[in-house]
Write a new protein. Structure first.
Length: 145
């Protein structure tokens, strides 16, 4: 069976579901029909890139117009550090660590906690769900002169 070329063009792959929906909404506001693939699986999966990320697609005929809109909106500007933690994440982890430290100290003072539990409690910090904030991969057409 021969595979036919799709009518859809990939314009970006996002790590964050919220960023994908925001960009798709912006394009829809300009009258460009945009779809976010994998939008539904983000409700149950924190690591969306393991499932291919959130792929933003538009019709092939709208690809150059959508590319120009995203370029003018500053989508390609690297204004944030994708590898550095945000202040909110730092405060969240610090708050959980402080609460955990107080609980450990109080249980140790009452001699109600074994050493194995004391060593295992800091691992609870890894169970804090956070929204991944990585830089999206954009596949735009060449800029018009």
């Amino acid at each position: 069976m021969e595979r036919k070329d799709s009518n859809m063009a990939l314009i970006a792959v996002f790590v964050s579901r919220f960023e994908a929906i925001q960009i798709a909404s912006m394009l829809r506001g300009y009258g460009i029909r945009a779809w976010v693939d994998g939008e539904a699986h983000a409700a149950t999966e924190y690591i969306s890139m393991a499932l291919g990320g959130h792929r933003l697609t538009v019709f092939r005929g709208d690809h150059s117009c959508a590319s120009e809109i995203l370029r003018q909106a500053g989508a390609l500007e690297n204004e944030t550090d994708p590898f550095g933690p945000r202040l909110a994440l730092i405060l969240l982890v610090a708050g959980v660590a402080a609460w955990t430290s107080v609980m450990i100290a109080s249980f140790i003072a009452m001699a109600q906690l074994s050493l194995a539990w004391v060593l295992a409690i800091p691992l609870s910090l890894y169970s804090v769900p956070v929204e991944p904030k990585g830089r999206a991969d954009y596949f735009l057409t060449e800029a018009r002169d």
